[in-house]
Design a protein around this ligand. Structure first.
Ligand code: DGJ
Length: 758
């Protein structure tokens, strides 16, 4: 137990500044605030040591420590495995640098840097002042600790530029959320040219490995891995939104042979759905700095006196249980702290979506027929996709005109919605609110509402243009039609699509020096629309879709309940797509449809069982054309949906173990989801094709209680005949399970369940 005594109201003076706070003093010299102290089960806490002028945050199995050095800079001292309470923390001391070319300001692992004073590493903040000065040197001023949040205030050494660094560590996972608020307290406007949330520092090591996720349309979520050497790796989107080319997530391991469940991993993810940048910079002494926030490319934000700008939140975490442990921490954090209903998230319902069945050709009778069939197999939500509005017959027209198409739905949406409800499902609808087709009433009326540069071509993607959501009138229009849609119809779910990136990002109506603020204000308005809609229609759930997985990040996940990871629904491709996705995001937010065979993507034929098992590793949906199904398909689907519902809490909220990853080009792959109380595990195994008569590798489940007894229940596929029905967790984890899969595109699914009495 930490021993502490209240010493009352104290005034601490450092470097000519002061902070007022109520302190408790621990034996190790740390003072912690008596107000707003976290009461979380894992005892997260923020401690301030007045003597050494250091801050220590503990949460889950992680400690994060920094201090104010003799120059007034914030210097990182430690980030890693949780330290013992009484462990010494030495005061921060500026690193000396090694030559005139290597100034201390660059050698010191600072928490947040302004570009100035000889800084050559990536700065967090770069400002141009109206008098031509561009030098910015930020020093500690004061701090507050309130509601489990540490705010450290910095200020430029001569100008009234104030920066508040905000730190909030999750008690349970140790994931630390960091952001920076920049305020202009001078008398003149200045221009921010670069604004990041934070610098994450890792100590010198010559065996760091970087992992990140890359992709393209229908080929998202490829895990990349590379050793880090001196130099800079830039992960970035200049697309106006998160993008799928690179996802704003990284992980760094200290090992030349990274392992799924062993070894130290530092990871992070940005909470921003616009253009972004993460820099992973390895310096001349093998120290690593990771910085991130708005991409500085084409960035300029004018801050008038009294105004402030907050950088996107940058989340960072640490695991000593390998990359698998890192993703499990992130999943838990996302489900318990990020998504809108956290920590009491509703399990994802089994949904049916009409897109692959009907394309744009939707109408009342056709949708009702599909709804009947979806309900008959256990569907819980029926979603009508694209094609129901305006003059939408294909992707050339209609976006922007959000009235129900009278030929397709002569009586409006009500008859279909009533029918869906009568079938015991709730109703969802596809929208793409931020886009407009030039062939639409909206565009003909408001051609100035789209992103464009005056007098220049407007490049179309999928025959559509991007509405400039930064404009107040566009924001009002978009919010207005969505609010009306949700008020006039009993809609439980919106699939919010976004099918292109930006081009010609001009905003002619804004003052010249503010036009580049479109990158920030667009996304702020997107977030504010989502926030307001959710407040007014609290029962409505939302999926973030961007032609697949091009807008998945911790910013959009704060406001949406699930995401669509890829338009590629080939069940074999999906294994690696889903595997990559789960490095950064939880299976519980990953929508996965069962579609038709042969699949349109690769013309590959697979059994319905294989398709189901592939999708059952996430949040199950059905996207097949049920009109073409045979009676036996309905029976199979009904059985598998029931099996899924029985384990969905474990799959969606549990701990994911990659028993065999498909990322390494393996013809085998297997995942295991273990419920948080370790009472149940769901294991899915897949075979691409048998070769040379080789047997399927023995599977070794993980994360079970070694002493508890588990019964094995085979749901689909085949196990070796001598598989025992009951054994200890130790037995299953070390003896393993012999899945006897042979042939092409085979799959198995079994559960391990603790006996009820235990
Ligand atoms: C792209 C989405 O990813 C698809 O699922 C579908 O909704 C289409 N858009 C509709 O246009």
């Amino acid at each position: 137990m930490r021993s502490e005594r209240i010493i009352g109201l104290s005034l601490c003076r450092r470097l000519g500044i002061s902070v007022v706070i109520v302190f408790c003093v621990s034996l190790s010299g740390f003072v912690s605030p008596a107000i707003g102290q976290s009461t979380g089960a894992a005892q997260g806490r923020i401690l301030y040591n007045e003597t050494s002028h250091t801050f220590r945050m503990d949460g889950g199995g992680v400690s994060y420590v920094f201090g104010v050095n003799q120059n007034g800079e914030l210097q990182n001292l430690y980030w890693g495995q949780r330290l013992q309470s009484a462990d010494p923390i030495l005061p921060a001391h500026t690193n000396g640098g090694t030559s005139a070319f290597d100034l201390p300001v660059n050698a010191t692992p600072q928490e947040f840097t302004g570009w100035g004073g000889g800084l050559v590493v990536v700065p967090d903040l770069k400002i141009s002042f109206p008098d031509g000065n561009r030098d910015l040197v930020l020093h500690y001023v004061s701090h507050t600790i309130r509601d489990n949040t540490l705010t450290v205030s910095l200020k430029d050494i001569s100008r009234d530029v104030a920066v508040d660094l905000i730190y909030r560590m999750d008690d349970e996972t140790g994931v630390l959320a960091r952001s920076a608020r920049i305020e202009n307290r001078t008398k003149l406007p200045f221009t921010i040219e670069q604004a990041f949330a934070a610098t994450w520092n890792l100590g010198a090591s010559n065996d760091y490995q970087l992992r990140y996720l890359t992709g393209r349309w229908a080929g998202e979520w490829n895990l990349q891995q590379m050793p880090l050497h001196p130099g800079k790796v830039v992960l970035e989107s200049r697309r106006g939104s998160t993008g799928d080319e690179v996802n704003p997530w990284f992980a760094i391991e200290r090992s030349s042979q990274p392992d799924q469940d062993v070894g130290e991993v530092w990871f992070g993810a940005l909470g921003w759905s616009g253009s972004w940048q993460i820099n992973v910079e390895t310096d001349w002494q093998d120290r690593v700095r990771v910085t991130g926030g708005y991409t500085p490319f084409d960035f300029a934000y004018v801050l008038a006196p009294g105004e402030s700008l907050e950088a996107p939140t940058f989340y960072g975490g640490y695991s000593n249980a390998g990359i698998g442990g890192a993703s499990r921490l992130l999943h838990r954090f996302e489900l318990d702290s990020i998504v809108p209903q956290a920590p009491h998230r509703r399990l994802r319902p089994v949904l049916y979506n009409s897109w692959e069945a009907t394309g744009f050709d939707v109408n009342e009778a056709g949708q009702e027929a599909l709804a009947e069939k979806a309900a008959s197999i256990g569907g819980e939500r029926f979603v009508m996709d694209d094609g129901w509005f305006g003059q939408r017959k294909d992707d050339h027209a209609g976006l922007g005109d959000w009235y129900v198409n009278p030929e397709k739905f002569p009586h409006g949406l009500k008859p279909l919605i009533d029918k869906v409800h009568a079938l015991g499902m709730d109703f969802g609808l596809w929208v793409e609110p931020e886009m407009v087709n030039p062939n639409s009433e909206l565009y003909r009326k408001h051609p100035d509402w789209v992103l464009n540069f005056t007098g220049r071509p407007r490049t179309e993607g999928r025959n559509q243009l991007v509405l400039n959501l930064a404009r107040d009138d566009v924001r009002a229009y978009v919010y207005g039609f969505l609010d009306r849609l949700l008020s006039e119809n009993d809609i439980a779910f919106l699939k919010w699509d976004y099918n292109r990136n930006w081009s010609e990002p001009g905003w002619a109506a804004a003052p010249l020096d503010e036009q580049k603020e479109v990158y920030v204000k667009y996304v702020q308005n997107l977030y504010s629309i989502l926030t307001e809609l959710r407040e007014k229609h609290p029962h409505v759930e939302i999926e973030s879709c961007s032609g697949g997985g091009a807008r998945v990040d911790l910013g959009i996940l704060r406001l949406t309940d699930e995401v669509w990871p890829s338009d590629n629904t080939d069940p074999f491709d999906r294994l690696s797509i889903q595997d990559g996705f789960t490095y950064a995001y939880a299976p519980g937010v990953m929508m996965a449809w069962v579609t038709d065979s042969p699949n349109w993507m690769n013309d590959r034929s697979t059994s319905l069982e294989y398709r189901f098992l592939s999708s059952m590793q996430g949040s199950l949906g059905i996207g097949a054309n049920l009109n073409k199904w045979k009676p036996e398909d309905f029976a199979t689907a009904k059985r598998l949906i029931a099996e899924y519902k029985a384990v969905r809490a474990t799959v969606q909220n549990g701990e994911l173990y990659r028993i065999i990853s498909p990322a390494l080009g393996s013809e085998y792959s297997a995942t295991e989801s273990v419920s948080r109380d370790a009472r149940e595990a769901a294991i899915f195994a897949f075979l691409h094709s048998s070769q040379k008569g080789k047997p399927y590798p023995q599977l070794y489940p993980r994360g079970l209680d070694p002493e508890a007894v588990y019964s094995l229940h085979l749901q689909e596929g085949k196990l070796a005949e001598d598989t025992v029905p009951r054994a200890s967790g130790d037995y299953w984890m070390h003896h393993g399970v012999n899945v006897s899969l042979r042939g092409d595109f085979q799959a198995a699914f079994f559960t391990l369940k603790q006996d009820a009495a235990q």
